[in-house]
Ligand binder design. Structure first.
Ligand SMILES: Cc1cc2nc3c(=O)[nH]c(=O)nc-3n(C[C@H](O)[C@H](O)[C@H](O)COP(=O)(O)OP(=O)(O)OC[C@H]3O[C@@H](n4cnc5c(N)ncnc54)[C@H](O)[C@@H]3O)c2cc1C
Length: 392
């Protein structure tokens, strides 16, 4: 008899689970709360859709912090090489950028999502949109749908409802309340890859939108070289995201504005006579400081010391006063969610046989760089393949 599989959530994790289960002959239904699937995936495509990173699997898996032991076997089975092959098989040529990040040549998600959905429809997958999972009623999954409450009793259920950021795209984290009501506690959601709130003074408004290139950011023992952008709300961009974990725990942030220059070289330049030149102009001319960096120095190093070389320690370690990460909903991804302790190694809920979970709803986090989508796909494959194996 044909096995029935229900996938709840139509993001990349849910669609990958649907793919595996339908290819194995299951009658698959995807239930998606929003009017269309893959909304966050499409949003990820707006910045080019960084699918994965071209690096050895061991290095790749080491980027998932405490979740590494859980995820490493899944990433070994479906890691950077397999993600490239998968996208290529869907007709999407991919390329590797200078930093090793892998993107579809189209630099967006819509062609890939279209091809993927066409493949799923051909495989007989039924996709119901505007179906919001509301919980369990005995063996049944219950849904709010446009035609009222609906119940389904599948052989296999895969939960793939995402994390708890960008709620307008569907991943509102509300599922955590449903699980809690069923005795499955979740780890607190926390912003990951999040921008930083900085209470700027009024003059900083001139810098909003300006990139701050080639800086070294330090929080305690964590150091990142990279760039960020000054926004009306604070600082965002790769280097800030990479320090999300310590920053959300309240770590102080230091910025080296000239990481390629030694303190000695900066001090020597600043010792040059400046005549009647203002200190700002002296800084700009002798150090070639771009306006955004000069503005940061003025924001956080005022009042300037009388003797210019005394500014050197601040140029090398400028304390950035911040009030922590931007709110959870603005984060690119979320830490927390369904804890590993609630799951078997097959990603089945210990308290509910036949129900599996995958994607960003699991308790892991990783930096940007393609690690997020890759782990969503890898956990979805693992959950779906485990479900097939155990349901015979
Ligand atoms: C701006 C931005 C850029 C990003 N760029 C990248 C990138 O370049 N590379 C990368 O690796 N990652 C990127 N990410 C992260 C990546 O998009 C996510 O990690 C990924 O989409 C998570 O996949 P998922 O399937 O687990 O969850 P989601 O994609 O969040 O999908 C979950 C789905 O479940 C549905 N759902 C939720 N609750 C219910 C319910 N009760 N009933 C039914 N359906 C429900 C939601 O509507 C949603 O469609 C980016 C994220 C953002 C916000």
């Amino acid at each position: 008899m044909t096995r029935t599989a229900l996938i709840i959530g139509g993001g990349p994790a849910g669609l990958m689970a649907a793919d595996i289960l339908s290819a194995a002959g299951c009658a698959v239904t995807v239930a998606e709360a929003k009017p269309s699937v893959g909304r966050k995936f499409l949003m990820a495509g707006k910045s080019g859709l960084n699918l994965t990173k071209d690096e050895p699997t061991d290095t790749f898996a080491s980027r998932y912090f405490e979740a590494n032991p859980h995820l490493a076997p899944m990433l070994c089975a479906f890691g950077p090489v397999q993600v490239r092959d998968w996208a290529t098989a869907l007709g999407q040529e991919v390329f590797t950028g200078s930093t090793g990040r892998v993107f579809p040549r189209a630099m967006k998600a819509s062609p890939l999502l279209r091809a993927w959905l066409a493949q799923l429809v051909t495989a007989g997958v039924t996709i119901h949109t505007k179906w919001r999972w509301t919980g369990w009623d005995g063996p049944a999954c219950t849904f709010d749908t446009p035609t009222g409450m609906t119940r389904l009793i599948p052989d296999i259920t895969v939960l793939a409802m995402g994390g708890a950021s960008w709620a307008r795209l569907g991943s509102d984290g509300h599922w955590a309340h449903i699980l809690a009501a069923n005795g499955i506690p979740t780890a607190l959601f926390r912003p990951s890859n999040a921008a930083l709130s900085v209470p700027w003074s009024a003059p900083m408004a001139r810098q909003f939108g300006q990139p701050v290139k080639q800086v070294r950011l330090t929080t305690g023992k964590d150091t990142v070289m990279g760039e960020c952008v000054i926004t009306a709300k604070g600082l965002e961009g790769g280097a800030i995201y990479a320090l999300s974990r310590p920053l959300r725990d309240g770590a102080a942030l230091m910025m080296d504005l000239m990481p390629d220059w030694t303190a000695q070289r900066i001090a020597t330049r600043l010792s040059r006579p400046r005549g009647k030149t203002s200190l700002s102009n002296h800084l700009r001319k002798s150090l070639n400081l771009p306006p955004a960096k000069l503005a940061l120095l003025q924001e956080f190093a005022r009042p300037f010391p009388a003797d210019p070389p005394d500014l050197t320690p601040l140029i090398k370690a400028l304390p950035i006063t911040h009030t922590g990460p931007r709110p959870l909903d603005e984060a690119i991804s979320t830490a927390g969610g369904l804890p590993w302790s609630a799951l078997t190694p097959e990603l089945m809920l210990k308290s509910r046989a036949g129900t599996y979970a995958c994607g960003e709803m699991l308790d892991w986090e990783a930096p940007t760089g393609g690690y997020l989508i890759t782990a969503c796909l890898a956990t979805a494959r693992h959950a779906a393949q485990s479900a097939l194996a155990s349901s015979g």
